[in-house]
Design a protein around this ligand. Structure first.
Ligand code: ADP
Ligand code: MG
Length: 703
């Protein structure tokens, strides 16, 4: 246990929650310069500052006797200066101070002999905190911190170490935070209702903040793994507030009026399908139907690996909607995908007796006919890109919006589509598996259905990692595959922000392959080609006149060519696991065994090696997503579009999954029991969430 900081001041305290939102510049010691540096780090208010939490703690609770210091550990020591001298190893001057007694000595060293050290004299007492290592002769420490003898603040406790903030020394940050803690945490109004706090065994907010900054009851072991009671409380808080916002949003949406579709008769439809639905598919259809039958708008996310059969599920929902006299909009993120969806669903829509049409911006005058049909209601289901949300598109009676790869659309775009009807149901789909914890935060207000099984007969894809020097092996495997009358992709996923670079690589590769495999037809496709040219190439690939298709990431999602059974991914080490996983899903479309060959350069980092190892061994999208989350963090995993993603200050989705569940349960139960937060113990919560002025609001809109 550490020594507890005692407040310097008794007056000048402010415990109301609002006051915590006053600017940092109102604190002692925060002038213009420091305020500016803090602002740069996103610290505007005292509240923000209180949440600049220590990244670690130095154990300065007691002086370690010099002979008990262990190599590799940090320690606070006190001793007499036995020697003080300049030494000159190689080229730079170094100052050495030897400290100790009969039982042991240590050497403290400073490069460049800083002037302030020259005030020390032999025989004088010195206090140091440093990291010690054993060298040949004795324990050494480089650039230890010198602490004034008798300093009460910097010793005798677990000392917080804050993230580096440019231009503000640690000691200074500590002083400023002490001031903030002193003035604002005593009896700080706590938004977390007492009942919840007690149920989860959490301390009070002010106490917790103080304890996290200046631990006096926490154990260093707990602090290190972020599990001291105070840390737990702050982690809980952060999850709780976000979950509460989500729960409120969901509760509000569920009270809106929606369309209650008649959902009978789907069994008869099943019989008209060319295949039998998997257990997973029937389960999620049941979930979707339950939503659709209710008089509230559906807001459901359908999640499942590439090729698991989401589209047919969506079409069954569409069929129900059309039977009820409504229309369906099916929005995909790219032209290619929209076209692909349209073409690949033609057979199904025909069997289901649905009038489908395609609407993209590159369609010319034919688009007018489509828009007309949509307006008059002669088209049942319109599949398209962003073109669907243009002003000029009016629906006769929109009942369901299906949004594919929803994370590639912004919140606003999804909202616009929804507004083309009157409270239509919304079914979003994603092939990006998302770890449960992340799903609960970004899609926390959605209902989630998961297809976790592939249509029968699919062989698991074999993935193998190759190095640049094995390129000829890869060529041989390609050649074997084509001789078996199969087809292959060679992909350059997006590396640079611009597609230019990839294009160069892809073009070169196509040339190279033509040289190496002269007997085969090698095609090239990229996003900068005009649409009709791309269509021509896709058509040729589909018909089999192209054997190997070299491409940039334009084929990333949705392409459906069962005869393509091999995929080579270039520069594999540079990509996220989920991205590779999605890409390789392209060649798992058929009953033929399929292979994915990853080509990585020599200069692989350890992280890349570990990553590619995971992708080589497992085909479980969720495991891969977990791994991806651990390696890259949530922002990267979700992609740029999900810019509203809430950046946790304290919590960590990997580490704190359990606390998240607890907080979510608490928040949802609270809203269920009291959706208006009317009870008087929720006063502060109501104030924070009622007026929409709090920052939570920007983050709960992401899904
Ligand atoms: P997703 O959209 O999830 O990537 P799709 O819906 O495009 O997957 O389905 C991939 C392929 O599997 C399509 O050709 C589709 O017709 C087929 N398919 C879907 N469900 C089944 C099933 N239950 N049995 C056999 N094939 C199926
Ligand atoms: Mg699909």
């Amino acid at each position: 246990m550490g020594k507890c900081y005692r407040s310097d001041t008794d007056s000048d305290r402010d415990s109301s929650y609002r006051k915590v939102l006053s600017p940092v510049s109102s604190l002692k010691g925060v002038g213009k310069v420091i305020a500016r540096e803090l602002h740069k780090r996103g610290v505007q208010t005292v509240y923000d500052l209180l949440y600049v939490l220590p990244r670690s703690y130095q154990d300065r609770r007691k002086f370690v006797p010099i002979h008990e210091i262990r190599s590799g550990e940090s320690a606070l020591i006190k001793g007499k200066i036995r020697e003080l001298r300049r030494v000159r190893p190689r080229y730079r001057t170094m100052l050495e101070i030897v400290v100790g007694n009969e039982k042991g000595i240590i050497s403290a060293r400073w490069m460049g002999a800083p002037r302030y050290l020259f005030r020390f004299r032999k025989g004088e007492e010195i206090v140091l905190f440093g990291h010690f290592r054993r060298s040949v002769k004795m324990l050494e420490t480089y650039h230890p911190e010198i602490i004034e003898v008798g300093d009460e603040h910097e010793t005798g406790r677990l000392l917080p170490v804050y993230p580096e903030i440019e231009g503000i020394p640690q000691r200074r940050i500590r002083r400023i935070i002490i001031d903030a803690v002193d003035r604002f945490t005593q009896n700080l109004e706590d938004p977390l209702p007492r009942r919840i706090r007690e149920a989860a065994q959490l301390s009070e907010l002010g106490e917790a903040i103080k304890e996290v900054h200046f631990p006096c009851e926490s154990r260093p072991e707990d602090l290190r793994i972020r599990r001291s009671p105070a840390q737990r409380r702050l982690i809980f808080d952060e999850f709780f507030m976000l979950q509460l916002a989500l729960a409120l949003k969901k509760s509000k949406a569920s009270r809106e009026r929606g369309i209650a579709f008649g959902i009978q008769g789907t069994e008869e439809l099943y019989r008209s399908l060319p295949f039998e639905l998997t257990g997973s598919q029937t389960r999620v259809i049941r979930e979707i139907m339950r939503d659709m039958g209710r008089p509230f708008p559906m807001n459901r996310l359908l999640q499942g690996d590439v090729g698991c059969g989401k589209t047919v599920v969506a079409l069954i929902a569409a069929w129900v909607v059309v039977r009820n006299g409504y229309q369906v909009a099916f929005m995909a993120p790219t032209q290619l995908l929209a076209e692909q969806h349209y073409l690949s669903t033609l057979e199904l829509t025909r069997r289901m007796n649905l009038k489908a049409a395609l609407l993209t911006s590159g369609m010319g005058t034919h688009a007018d006919d489509v828009r007309d049909g949509v307006r008059r209601g002669t088209i049942d289901i319109v599949i398209g890109t962003h073109a669907l949300i243009q002003e000029s598109v009016r629906f006769h009676r929109l009942g369901l919006a299906i949004i594919d790869e929803q994370h590639r659309f912004g919140v606003a775009q999804r909202a616009v589509l929804k507004q083309k009807g009157i409270s239509p149901d919304v079914l979003t789909m994603t092939a990006t598996p998302i770890p449960r914890t992340l799903g609960l935060t970004v899609y926390g207000d959605l209902d989630i259905s998961v297809i976790d099984e592939l249509p029968p007969g699919r062989k698991p894809i074999q993935t193998r990692l190759f190095h640049e020097r094995d390129r000829s092996k890869v060529h041989a495997m390609l050649s074997d595959e084509i001789r078996k009358e199969r087809q292959a992709y060679v992909v350059y996923p997006l590396i640079e922000k611009s597609e230019k670079m990839d294009l160069k690589d892809a073009t070169q590769m196509a040339e190279e392959l033509r040289g190496v495999l002269p007997d085969f037809h090698i095609g090239l496709i990229h996003g900068r080609m005009p649409l009709d040219q791309r269509e021509g190439i896709m058509e040729a690939f589909k018909k089999g006149t192209i054997d190997i298709l070299v491409s940039t990431t334009v084929i990333e999602v949705g392409i459906d060519i069962p005869n393509a059974t091999m995929m080579v991914i270039e520069n594999a080490e540079r990509f996220g696991l989920s991205q590779i996983h999605q890409l390789r899903g392209r060649v798992r479309r058929s009953v033929y065994p399929s292979k994915c060959l990853l080509l990585a350069s020599y200069r692989k980092t350890d992280g890349a090696r570990r990553r590619l190892g995971v992708i080589e061994k497992t085909t479980d999208g969720f495991r891969i997503a977990e791994e991806d989350l651990a390696i890259r963090g949530p922002g990267e995993l979700l992609g740029e579009r999900q810019s509203g993603f809430y950046q946790f200050r304290v919590a960590n989705l990997m580490r704190d999954a359990e606390i998240l569940s607890e907080a979510r349960e608490g928040a949802f139960r609270l809203v269920e029991a009291d959706p208006g937060l009317a009870h008087r113990t929720y006063n502060l919560l109501r104030e924070l969430f009622g007026g929409g002025q709090r920052h939570w609001d920007e983050f709960v809109d992401v899904a």
